[in-house]
Design a protein around this ligand. Structure first.
Ligand SMILES: O=C[C@H](O)COP(=O)(O)O
Length: 232
């Protein structure tokens, strides 16, 4: 499993990098679970980390706005993100999801075909009335994205495991693998979730709160990233 850690600024990115994170995922929690950070912050993280490991950037928890999302995705790619991650927060139908992801994927790969697109659904999709994540592997494959994942849409301390069972998450990651894409799990994951995560074995786990000492509004602690990296 690769460890993706989500800093909000250059200082946190360096702590995540030095702690052993495999992917540095720049986000802005003030604007939501997958809130977009500013292009200059993405650039500063890219300059700080260099080519030592890939930078990811979240572009937002979107409703159905394929044009806006495509332009945001291009911006993140141009700012230096190798992975461009979009949340389908208020996207409700398969057609909407396919149109969003197809256009985002085109915007990013017309710019640089080596970059990757991450489609995020939400484990708490029922409470936010979002598209079922179980539909996303097939849609993502058709759209040409590279990674499909779930995160939690509402950051109230409740974990992805409170909304999707181990069996459901096993089925979700398996269906992503079956269509040749990478899987990622995120959403207030905790150290005590590691045994079940090892059983599910997603390709990537996405973390913030766990390496901030449990409070995602605090700062990333390098020693917690090191501890987590040594446990997965
Ligand atoms: O990596 C992205 C997730 O939003 C991580 O945040 P969290 O662990 O605080 O839920």
């Amino acid at each position: 499993m690769k460890l993706l850690v989500s800093p909000i600024n250059k200082e946190e990115a360096i702590a995540a990098h030095n702690g052993g994170a495999d992917i540095i995922d720049v986000k802005n929690p003030k604007e939501g679970s997958l809130g977009a950070n500013f292009p200059w912050v993405i650039r500063s993280v890219k300059e700080a980390i260099g080519s030592e490991k890939p930078i990811s950037a979240t572009i937002g928890d979107f409703n159905y706005k394929p044009g806006t999302a495509s332009l945001a995705a291009l911006g993140a790619a141009a700012a230096g993100a190798q992975y461009v991650k979009v949340g389908l927060f208020d996207v409700r139908t398969e057609d909407q999801a396919l149109e969003m992801l197809t256009n985002i994927n085109r915007a990013v790969k017309d710019y640089d075909p080596s970059k990757k697109v991450v489609a995020s659904g939400y484990s708490d999709y029922k409470r936010i009335n979002s598209i079922s994540p179980f539909l996303l592997p097939a849609i993502g494959a058709k759209a040409g994205v590279d990674v499909v994942m779930v995160d939690t849409g509402i950051k109230d301390g409740r974990s992805t495991f409170e909304f999707m069972s181990e069996e459901e998450l096993m089925r979700f990651t398996g269906s992503i693998r079956d269509v040749g894409l990478e899987s990622a799990l995120a959403g207030t994951l905790k150290f005590e979730d590691l045994p079940v995560l090892r059983r599910i074995r997603p390709d990537i786990i996405g973390i913030r709160g766990m390496v901030c000492g449990g409070d995602r509004t605090a700062c990333i602690q390098q020693e917690l990233v090191e501890k987590l990296k040594n446990m997965i």
